[in-house]
Ligand binder design. Sequence first.
Ligand code: BG6
Length: 518
Amino acid sequence: MNNQSLENKLVPIPDRREMLCAETPGGPCGVVVFGASGDLAKRKLYGSLFELYRRRLLNDRFYCVGCGRTALTNEAFREMVSQSLGNRDSEEVRKFVDRFSYLSGDYSDPVLYQGLRTAMTEADRRWSVSGRRIFYLSVPPTLYETIANALGSSSLAQPAVTPDPEAPILILEKPFGRDLDSAIGLNSVLRRHFEESQIYRIDHYLGKETVQNILMFRFANAIFEPIWNRNYIQQVQITIAETVGVEHRSGYYDQTGAMRDMFQNHMLGMLALVAMEPPVAFAAEAIRDERVKLLRSVRPMRCQPWATDIVRGQYGSGAIDGQPVSGYRQEPDIGKDSRTETFVAARAWIDNWRWKDVPFFMRTGKRMSRKVTEIAIAFRPVPHSMFASVGLDNLPPNVLVLKIQPQEGIRMSFQAKRPGSKVCMSTLSLDFTYRDLFGAEAPESYQRLLLDAMTGDPTLFLRQDDIEVAWSLVTPILRAWENDASIPAEYPAGAESFPDADAMIHGSGFGWRRLSEM
Ligand code: BG6
C-alpha cells in the first residue's frame, strides 16, 4: 500500500450528524382545533404552533380554524391566542394570529361542519393551501366519537385506502377509552372515517426529548446493550412524581384517576422504551412493533389482598413546599367519599429472556414532595468486595439515571477513591444535563409532535395495538378496584410514598429512591 492510499484510509469520514439535526419543516396545511378555547389549546397548542412558526418550521402556507362551543368573534379568538402566547405585541405575533379564525357551534350539529367546510375552503384559498388537513381533538374524550362521525358524514374526512400524503389526519389525546372494551369501541368508530395511518394518538411523554433519547442512548452506543439485561441489571425504578393536585380538572380527574391518567399511558410507554428489544430501524413501525412486543411480555400484575403487584393511594391534607394543601376529598367538586386513586405503585415482571426475574418498580402520584420524572437502572452489586477486609463489604451498586424532568439529563453513579486515607471511598457521579450541554431547555413536547404530524411521521404516536395491550394490562386491576368498596390508602400531601407501596418494594428486598435525592 503506498502512502497515498494509506492516507486515504485514515481520512476521517465527515460527520454527517450535524446535517441530520436540521429539522424538516411541515408541509402546507390547515389545522382545525376542536376545543379551541379550552385549557390544553391555550396552554400547549398555540404556544407550540407559534414556536414552530418562529423557527420557520411551520409552512408559510398554514392556517388554523378554531372550533368551540363558546361564542367568539374572529377578533376575540385571535386576541385569546395572542394572550396565550404571553400577549407578545410584535409584528410576528400579529402575522401569526392573522392565520387564525373561529367557528362556534354544537359538535353534534351538522351546521357546524357545513360552516367548517366553508371556512376551510376560504382559508385554503387565502393561504394557498392545497395540502393536508389536520383535525385536532382538544376536547373531552366523550366527544371523540361525535366529532369523528360528524367529520365523516360531512365528508370532511374519509379513509385513505391507499397511502396519500394529503389525506386528512386526526390527532387526539389520551385517554383512548376507559378500559379495553371501550378503547376497541372508540377505535372502531374512528376507523369508519380514518385509516390507522391517518390517526395520530398523542402521548405527550413520547414527545419529550429525554424520553426519545432513551432510544439513542441504548441503541447508538455499543457499551450499554451488552449489559442491558438480567445478568447485569438488578432492578429498575420509574418515577413520575408531581406536586400538583387535581388543579381545576376535578371533573375529569375524579372519573379517571392515576391509573388511567398516567400509568396506562405515560408510565407503560416509558417502560416499553427502556426495556424493549432493539428495533431493526429508526422507523415508525419497527419501533412501534418492539414497544408492543415488550408490553405483551409484561406478566399480568396481581392485585389480590394476599399477593399484590400494584397498590393505590389517595392524598390527604399535608404540605407542599411548606404550604398547607387540602386532601383530595376536600378539593372543590370532589365527592367526600371518592375512591379515585391519585397514586399508583407497581412491580412489573417481564417474561422474556432479557428480563426474567428483574423487577421493574413504577410509581406515579399527585401531591408528592417533588416534581420529578426519571428512570433509574440499578446494576448488580460487585460479586465480591476485596475491600471487605477494611470494612467496606456492602458496596452500593452502580445506578444509571435517565432524568426526564425537571433537569433533563443522564447521571451514572460509581464508587471511587477520595483523596486522603488509603481506603477512603465514596459514591461519585458522572452527570450531564441538556441545559448545560446544549445551552437551552428542551423544546416543549407538543412542538415535536405537531411537527411530526405535519410531516406525516407517526413514530412518536401510539398505534391501536399499543393502546390495547396497555389496557389489557390495567383493565383487570381497574375492575378489581371498582369492586373494592374501600377508599384507597391515604398518604399526606408532600409524601414520597405510603406504607402499601413501601411494603410492596420491601417485599422484593429493595426501597424506593428518595425523591429529595434525585
Ligand atoms: C397529563 C396528565 O397527561 O400529564 C396530567 O393528564 C399530568 O394529570 C401531566 O399532570 C403531567 O405531564 P408533565 O409533562 O408535566 O409531566
